[in-house]
Design a protein around this ligand. Structure first.
Ligand code: THU
Length: 163
């Protein structure tokens, strides 16, 4: 028997003011983008902004549907848009924010497993971690410099499926 151990590192900041300007801007853009969420059912709005390696900004927000499972999370709206419109361009940084209409989101919200699975595949494809910045409605900010593996250290990964 042996152990597999993985170390997870997340920087925690108390306020935006501690961040570099570029990261502050990304959080602001994520907030703008969040207002385009279509979330009449959950009343939970998520904004996700990607900064691509060519400095393009891609904005996503959650888009729900009356047929609930047909809706899509903000992260996948953004990453699939980037894949569809900027093929071959890696993502440098991603900022995700959330707001609920009926209560306060005090802490950063970590992406769901389906989004993490999708994001990790782009990281593998481009051999580049997506530096991730998370914040709720305000308050503490989490930064995962080594990408989404901080939130999902193991992924579904079967190389043979690529043949
Ligand atoms: N949602 C996201 O946009 N990202 C996630 O990672 C998890 C959840 C959305 C989906 C749904 O519209 C609402 O938040 C409540 O689950």
């Amino acid at each position: 028997m042996h152990l597999i151990k993985k170390e997870i590192e997340i920087e925690v900041y108390d306020s935006e003011l501690e961040l570099q300007i570029e990261d502050q801007d990304l959080l602001r853009l994520a907030r703008e983008s969040m207002e385009n969420a279509y979330a009449p059912y959950s009343r939970f709005l998520v904004g996700c902004v990607l900064l691509l390696e060519n400095n393009t900004i891609v904005k996503g927000s959650n888009q729900e549907n009356m047929a609930y499972p047909s809706g899509l999370c903000a992260e996948r709206v953004a990453i699939f848009y980037a894949g569809a419109n900027y093929p071959g361009v890696a993502v440098k940084t991603m900022a995700i924010v959330a707001r609920a209409k009926d209560y306060t989101i005090q802490n950063p919200i970590v992406s769901c497993g389906a989004c993490l699975q999708s994001l990790t595949e782009y990281e593998k494809q481009y051999k580049k971690p997506i530096r991730t910045i998370l914040q709720g409605e305000g308050g503490k900010i989490w930064i995962a410099n080594k990408g989404t593996q901080a939130f999902m250290p193991f992924q579904f990964n079967v190389e043979e499926l690529k043949r």
